[in-house]
Design a binder for this molecule. Sequence first.
Ligand SMILES: *Cc1c(COP(=O)(O)O)cnc(C)c1O
Length: 366
Amino acid sequence: MIPKRQMKGLIPYKPGKPIEEVKKELGLKEVVKLASNENPYGSSEFVKEAIQKELSQLHIYPDGYAASLRTAVAERLQVDENQLVFGNGSDEVVQMLCRTYLEKGTNTVMATPTFPQYRHNAVIEDAEVREIPLVDGKHQLDKMVAAIDENTRIVWVCSPNNPTGEHVPEKELLSFMQQVPDHVLIVVDEAYKEYVTAKDFPNTLTSLSDNQNLVVLRTFSKAYGIAALRVGYGVANPEVVAAIEPSREPFNTSRVAQAAAIAALNDQNFIEMCRIENEKGRNQYYDFSSQYGLTVYPSQGNFVLIDFGVPADEVFDYLLRKGYIVRSGSALGFPTSLRITVGSEEQNKDIIACLSHFMDQRKDQS
Ligand SMILES: *Cc1c(COP(=O)(O)O)cnc(C)c1O
């Protein structure tokens, strides 16, 4: 048994600690997980109804082309139906892009730290990965352009960036897209788009007509709150979609997932509520950070990355023992920070109370 050479050293994705495990380990009755940027408000009520209706059809394969969902998303985004490719989560679209465009002898350019799946899938395809460090949590787009050569196939821009939450302003993105040569696919991952409140955030879809090489990624896992069902998609020009489609598994999005996604899309009031509450929640963390003089990046997502100036695992363990699972920055390239998913007002208040206690304790010790 001989795996591909590049599989060596790759590790399977490590999710945040599961709730049940933490309950058992620490003897806690209640554990709150704010580690994977899941929606604290769940999903639209419409979703349950839609799923119920599919239950009599579980023996029938789904429509691999996701025709109904396709029509719904195309209408919502005002794009053509042949500009969409659906995945089992946008994770799978990342995988399809890598399968389609990357191989030995090619390279791909991305920021670091950023969403790890770009790198992971590129390595599996044996492409060279060129990582350009963030500065102050932001993409260094000029340096990324400079890293591109004739063998570059994909450049990734994660905006808002996971894990920093920083976004690329419209002017910068437009100028970047002008500089990237035509033979390079520009992938802009907008997994947190629905949470964005910044006025200078681009309407990236409008750039598709001027940039044949652009792909925009979106997902139903975050604000739409159906992470368990795995639906994400890419928006691109028809030629790019046609190139990717053969790499898609025949029935990659399930019948239940497609129905749920349509229902979720039809409840924009829910999304609006989530955006508003999430912005208030981010502000709770900003207030806490400024009170204690901690650095936090301005986030356009549903998470905040706070630098505690001490080994992240210390703060992580402290919160864990209080029943809060967050994400330690030690595995994300920020060894003294925590990435905390913005929860409900009450959850944020409780976490902040714990964190304040942690900070006060440290002050007393020093
Ligand atoms: C969560 C996330 C995704 C993946 O979402 P799925 O659609 O659930 O696969 C993609 N990109 C970024 C930046 C994310 O944070």
